[in-house]
Ligand binder design. Structure first.
Ligand SMILES: Nc1ncnc2c1ncn2[C@@H]1O[C@H](COP(=O)(O)OP(=O)(O)OP(=O)(O)O)[C@@H](O)[C@H]1O
Length: 236
């Protein structure tokens, strides 16, 4: 009789791209990229300027359609959906954090966070309640009524993170999320983003030029000339 210790099970792959190719006219954006991100995993995408990082993020997030290849989200092929279906997909199943937080200047923090829920049909009362809970979880319980102009850059980016996570997305995409912040604030913001998103089981994709940001993710994918040149594992 033999005894075998149980194999640790890998978390499921949430998001994957297979053979992704994207052209802009004659310019090659992606030249054949394979990538997979698991539940609770944060992947940093690095590489020289103009080599395809943002293109990869946009193709994985359904903002751009690949010319070749497939994108899958939790067992469903999503690159062939029509525009309307992709808009719904982005709103219900994905979260986004951009360099310039893209908050609405006239709205207080809680309404900024509640907005995607209300657009999706939730009552204002429930949406604002959920937004305030989410804001408390990113350390902004006292700032829920402040407008973006009354927040620091780091606080505004926390609001953007709360907005990205409030709908419980399966995948979260961040393009240079700390690009406008000083190093110390950037480190806090990326830790919050990675920690809060992966705690909820989301897959996270972060495009960054910053080694310190990449070091706070679990894995680094290096893109050169639209191809994966290197995949480095488990930072955490
Ligand atoms: N809308 C577009 N129209 C034409 N060419 C584009 C477009 N978007 C990107 N490109 C080109 O595709 C290539 C990859 O661009 P991409 O923005 O993905 O690079 P990147 O690695 O994210 O760059 P950066 O680090 O500077 O943001 C570049 O040559 C770029 O000029």
């Amino acid at each position: 009789m033999s005894f075998q210790s149980p194999q640790p099970t890998q978390p499921q792959i949430v998001l994957s791209g297979h053979g992704l190719v994207k052209y802009y006219g004659d310019v090659v954006g992606l030249a054949g990229v394979d990538v997979a991100v698991r539940s609770g995993e944060a992947l940093a995408v690095m590489g020289p300027s103009g080599n395809g990082k943002t293109t990869l993020l946009h193709v994985l997030a359904g903002i751009l359609t690949p010319d070749e290849g497939e994108v899958w989200l939790v067992g469903e092929r999503v690159d062939q959906l029509n525009d309307a279906a992709r808009t719904v997909l982005r709103r219900r199943r994905l979260g986004f954090v951009f360099q310039d937080n893209q908050l609405l200047a006239e709205l207080p923090a809680d309404e900024n966070v509640a907005l995607p829920l209300m657009v999706d049909g939730m009552s204002r009362r429930e949406a604002v309640g959920r937004a305030r809970t989410m804001l408390a979880q990113v350390g902004l319980a006292a700032e829920v009524g402040r407008r973006p102009g009354e927040l620091s850059g780091g606080q505004a980016q926390r609001v953007a993170i709360a907005r990205a996570l409030v709908g419980e997305p399966q995948a979260v995409f961040a393009d240079e999320p700390t690009g406008a912040l000083d190093a110390a604030t950037g480190a806090q913001v990326i830790d919050l983003l990675v920690g809060a998103a992966t705690y909820r089981g989301a897959a996270v994709v972060v495009v960054t030029h910053d080694n310190a940001v990449a070091a706070r993710c679990h894995r680094v994918l290096r893109i050169v000339d639209g191809r994966v040149s290197e995949s480095l594992g488990a930072n955490r």
